[in-house]
Ligand binder design. Structure first.
Ligand SMILES: [Zn+2]
Length: 394
């Protein structure tokens, strides 16, 4: 298996300055390589390839030993490859008959990571300069940077990236050969319903609620965004407001990821088979302001933006759940969510009147009453088990 880890870096002020210089030089390289391709294409209709640009790196580095020459050859190649991918995507869209925008120059703040494609080549994870109890990563031209390693890593480190987020720096490791850690069978199966108040409700009736602090932060983010929208372009106050929105976005992302990990862990520990709604289908059928079953009702108390911030946690959660399920040897099934929220899980009667309110389900056919999310989760479970049975019979 493959997975990535992300840790906060604690650079000294000198190292922080070097990280900024490293990022800026890689950005300059990206933009210069883009300029080269644009000019060649516009003037002569020639496509410059990655190989051509990579071959020029040697000269660029030799001509600028105190600048571009300071950094790792491999991280510079990775930056050129990143541009190459942008061009491939551009030409793929052209081929598909669309009219995409040409790859763009990266302004300051639009280029925030540098990748070293191989541990040991211009970078070294766990470089141990002198301090046996602390973790360091060595980055060429920057030095041994201290890492706040808050959890152990498994597998073999493949790529190392440094990433800037607001005023913080992170190191992202991508690891190969991460061993699976199977969990003992429980004999239990569950369907799950994903919502706003509770991130997840299980068919057993457990609610894994979105934590209050996440709702608080997303409320503050929505407010900060409204403040930003009122600021004049190019003003100093606007810059400040942008920084605040970015900082709150980072905070929401960390809180959401943390909660996704906790909720997914509860599920994989408790169940052998977990059935969830297929989010791709669901996103097509539900509008931002509600659901087809329940148009706009569940937005009542929340602003659209605040709600959408909470909603966005579903994708993150399913990604984390998929990884944990694979590692633990659990089965994950995705089902079409159509009708799950208005169909009675006892008798199968489907009607939108069954959904009395956001939380209450009462069947107009048989009188079955349940929490609406538990009823939906039960339908999801049934659909998943039917799908599984059909697959086994085929
Ligand atoms: Zn019923």
């Amino acid at each position: 298996m493959r997975r990535s880890y992300r840790f906060l870096l604690r650079p000294t002020s000198k190292q922080a300055a070097a990280l900024v210089a490293c990022l800026e030089d890689h950005r300059a390289l990206y933009n210069a390589a883009l300029e080269h391709r644009r000019t060649a294409y516009a003037k002569a209709g020639v496509s410059v390839r990655y190989g051509d640009q990579s071959a020029e790196l040697k000269h660029i580095r030799a001509d600028d030993p105190g600048g571009q020459g300071r950094w790792s050859f491999s991280s510079q190649q990775a930056t050129l490859r990143r541009l190459d991918r942008a061009f491939r995507a551009f030409f793929d869209r052209v081929k598909a008959g669309r009219t995409p925008g040409f790859p763009r120059f990266k302004g300051p703040g639009r280029f925030d990571s540098v990748e070293w494609p191989k541990d040991g080549d211009g970078c070294r994870w766990d470089s141990q300069p002198e301090h046996p109890t602390a973790t360091y990563v060595r980055l060429q031209g920057v030095g041994h940077v201290r890492v706040h390693q808050h959890r152990p890593i498994r597998g073999r480190v493949k790529t190392i990236s440094a990433k800037r987020e607001g005023s913080c720096w992170y190191v992202v490791l991508s690891c190969d050969d991460v061993p699976a850690e199977p969990l003992p069978a429980t004999g239990a199966t569950a369907g799950i319903d994903m919502g706003v108040a509770s991130l997840v409700t299980t068919s057993d009736g457990a609610h894994l609620a979105n934590p209050r602090h996440l709702a608080t932060t997303s409320g503050r983010l929505a407010e900060a965004q409204r403040v930003l929208d009122r600021k004049k372009r190019g003003s100093k106050r606007r810059r400040k407001a942008v920084a605040r929105v970015a900082a709150l976005h980072g905070k929401v992302r960390r809180q959401r990821l943390d909660h996704a990990h906790k909720a997914a862990l509860v599920l994989v520990r408790g169940y052998d088979v977990i059935v969830h709604e297929d989010l791709r289908i669901r996103n097509m059928t539900r509008s931002a302001s509600g659901t087809i079953d329940q148009p706009g009702r569940n937005v009542a108390a929340k602003s659209g933006l605040n709600r959408s911030i909470l909603d966005a946690g579903w994708g993150v959660f399913l990604t984390v759940l998929a990884y944990k399920a694979e590692s633990a040897g659990r089965e994950l099934i995705a089902v079409n969510p159509a009708g799950t929220s208005r169909t009675c899980s006892r008798c199968g009667h489907g009607a939108k009147e069954n959904r009395v309110s956001q939380a209450v389900f009462r069947c107009q056919g048989c009188g079955h009453a349940a929490h609406a999310d538990v009823n939906a989760a039960t339908n999801v479970l049934r659909a998943g088990l039917a799908l599984r049975q059909a697959a086994e019979a085929a």
